[in-house]
Design a protein around this ligand. Structure first.
Ligand code: JDH
Length: 245
């Protein structure tokens, strides 16, 4: 997968992609991430990327010309058909695991990170395929949001997770996780649940699934709507609900 991030602050994005797991994915050739400085696509003396809003009012708006030039240049250079252009914006559709899975199917993503009050409306209308917001809080720009989206997408690429099964990801990640324990078996009087020390893998699997369901019901019941549960899991869920009331 090819990912281009268009920004006036490439420095913000250098850290997240030049460290750790995402760097390893790039080194292994799973993904090619480029930080594209929007100022490269300005041709005036002051390398101006923003301007005051027509009609007056507070703040500055990213001008259309550098963004159009940047995206068109990246599309022309692209070896693959079907480039998908994403704008990070507080007005976008909420990002979630489902959207991450959809984006992981694309061959070439271009993410536009806005700043100031946002981008000229013509960018949305003529250049952007999808507008995304990472959540209902206000950031100062799109860079950190873009880093979140890229992180979530890259870990889904085939071959990213070397050993663990990623096949059941799409399913298991719709529920909250079961509790994890590592050595020691007893710590400050807190003991690891005996089933995890039993070596009985079908029992362990069953315990974990039940813990997942219990946690999801207690903390994020909204997630249970979209998870399709097995009949016996539905029965278990009813038991949990009864115990609570
Ligand atoms: C991109 C500029 C800053 C902040 C106006 C909007 C009141 C406009 N989940 C997310 N939160 N924020 C962003 C994001 C923020 C951005 C840009 C993404 C580019 N900014 C900015 C506030 C406003 N404001 C909220 N209303 C309730 C008015 C721009 C983001 C993502 N993804």
């Amino acid at each position: 997968m090819k990912i281009d991030l268009v920004t006036i602050f490439p420095g913000i994005l250098e850290g997240p992609f030049k460290e750790s797991m995402i760097k390893r994915a790039a080194d292994r050739g799973l993904v090619d991430i480029d930080l594209v400085d929007l100022r490269k696509y300005t041709y005036d003396r002051h390398r101006q990327v923003d301007d005051a809003p027509y009609g007056g009012g507070y703040g500055m708006i990213l001008k259309p010309e550098p963004l159009f030039e940047a995206v068109e240049d990246l599309k022309n250079k692209s070896v693959c058909e079907g480039t998908w252009v994403i704008l990070l914006t507080p007005q976008g559709q909420r990002f979630n695991q489902h959207r991450a899975l959809k984006l992981a199917e694309k061959k070439h993503l271009i993410l536009i990170c806005g700043r100031y009050e946002g981008v000229d409306e013509r960018v949305r209308v003529a250049l952007v395929d999808e507008e995304i917001s990472i959540g209902d809080y206000v950031l100062t720009g799109g860079e950190l949001a873009a880093a979140v989206v890229v992180d979530a997408v890259v870990r889904l690429l085939p071959g990213f997770l070397e050993d663990e099964a990623s096949a059941d990801e799409s399913f298991s990640e719709l529920l909250l996780e079961y509790p994890h324990y590592t050595r020691p078996a007893a710590y400050r009087g807190m003991e690891v649940p005996p089933v995890l020390l039993s070596g009985n893998h079908s029992e362990i699997g069953c315990w974990r699934r039940k813990q997942s369901l219990k946690r999801t019901y207690e903390r994020r019941p909204d997630l249970l709507q979209q998870a399709d549960l097995l009949p016996k899991e539905k029965v278990f869920l009813e038991e949990i609900k009864k115990q609570q009331s």
